[in-house]
Design a protein around this ligand. Structure first.
Ligand SMILES: Nc1ncnc2c1ncn2[C@@H]1O[C@H](COP(=O)(O)OP(=O)(O)OP(=O)(O)O)[C@@H](O)[C@H]1O
Ligand SMILES: [Mg+2]
Length: 360
């Protein structure tokens, strides 16, 4: 096939993409709109994406289009109609700018026909699916959506056969039983809770326990990523934070970080047990199956052993992290776009939801 192929993983925190020309892109999923005419003049743009958002953050109104599971997961029919019938919808404008910027950054010649496979949460509503398809169709007419963990499995190939892939992201945790064919609805599930929710919870308990402390969302995420652990040994977490009197102080966050991370690991494990019981495939046995952890949240220290112990699966089932937690979704989506023959595209197109757009 001569067309250029693209795989995109529209993540709540990072939008990653890979193209058949070797182009790769990983951009923080946030878009800044200049706060006022002065900011626009000084920055030289009214919309800013990627690294420039950090540089000018104070002068921007920053939108994370996929945060709180909006747009790509839980859009209802009424929300869909309201979004498509409103001229300036900040999250949609931001998402659209993010998608265009991502595709442009791949360096694909403009005259090239593009085929694109996009990873979205397994449990995305048909309205969220439609919104994502519309967003990508504005850039390229050939678009298919698949679940994020299925894309990961497809990219891993035979290594992923008979495995449950758990993609642990910032907005959701997605489960998929992967067996080398397109998964049915029962083979996939989404937990509408992810790393962002863990950060929110950790920030809440820190401020509740230490009312004098100040801790930003970014700082709390950094603390979780550095010290978070559900392994057997507790990581001593003494962190210097700014305080309300304008100074700073050292705070012992060991228990708070531990408890919040264990709470998350419990949610992941409960979701996994529920997913396993809903798999309607007579050939599925947990004995000999593999559990593969993907997504940034898979880096949580000790999570593999925690799942193994919590489900009492011992030696019968191996839990491991995949090698590349950043690009696996985009690479799998690219692999799908690249290797699908015409009838494969037809097959995936059948899953595109058609929804009415009339004003409610
Ligand atoms: N060492 C770590 N321990 C715990 N969490 C981590 C670690 N490293 C990264 N994370 C978390 O992983 C999440 C980002 O993962 P990822 O990039 O896969 O998300 P995403 O694809 O953008 O989100 P989603 O798939 O839910 O839309 C963030 O919440 C981040 O804090
Ligand atoms: Mg993701």
């Amino acid at each position: 096939m001569d067309a250029s192929c693209i795989g995109i993983d529209l993540g709540t925190m990072f939008t990653t993409a890979a193209a058949s020309n070797g182009g790769r892109s990983c951009i923080r999923s946030e878009v800044g709109f200049a706060r006022d005419a002065i900011a626009k003049h000084l920055i030289g743009e009214d919309i800013v994406i990627g690294e420039l958002v950090n540089k000018h953050r104070q002068a921007l109104s920053v939108v994370r289009p996929f945060e709180q599971n909006s747009l790509k997961l839980a859009i209802t029919e009424d929300q869909f109609r309201s979004i498509v019938n409103t001229e300036h919808q900040p999250s949609l404008t931001a998402a659209s700018a993010l998608v265009s910027h991502t595709v442009q950054s791949l360096g694909i010649p403009s005259e090239s026909e593009m085929r694109c496979v996009v990873g979205i949460p397994a449990g995305a509503s048909i309205y969220s699916q439609r919104l994502v398809i519309d967003l990508i169709e504005a850039v390229t007419p050939y678009v298919a959506v698949v679940s994020e963990p299925f894309a990961v499995g497809f990219g891993l190939g035979s290594e992923a056969n008979s495995s449950i892939i758990i993609d642990i992201g910032a907005g959701t945790v997605d489960y998929c039983y992967y067996y080398g064919a397109f998964p049915s609805e029962q083979d996939q599930a989404t937990l509408g809770y992810g790393g962002d929710h863990v950060d929110e919870e950790l920030r809440r308990v820190i401020l509740e326990t230490y009312p004098d402390a100040k801790v930003s969302e970014t700082a709390v995420r950094g603390i979780k990523e550095r010290y978070g652990s559900v392994g057997e040994t507790m990581k001593k977490t003494i962190v210097e934070l700014p305080t309300r009197d304008g100074r700073s102080n050292k705070f012992d966050l060991t228990e708070l970080v531990r408890e919040t991370c264990v709470g998350f690991a419990n949610k992941i494990t409960n979701g996994l047990a529920k997913h396993i019981s809903s798999i309607d495939n007579d050939d599925f046995f947990i004995d000999g199956a593999k559990i593969l952890l993907a997504g940034g949240g898979s880096q949580l220290h000790g999570l593999d052993e925690y799942i193994q112990q919590a489900l009492s699966i011992g030696e019968r089932c191996e839990v491991s992290r995949i090698h590349d937690c950043k690009f696996a979704g985009a690479m799998g989506a690219l692999e799908l776009a690249r290797s699908l023959p015409e009838d494969g595209w037809q097959f995936l197109s059948n899953f595109k939801p058609e929804v009415g757009r009339d004003a409610a």
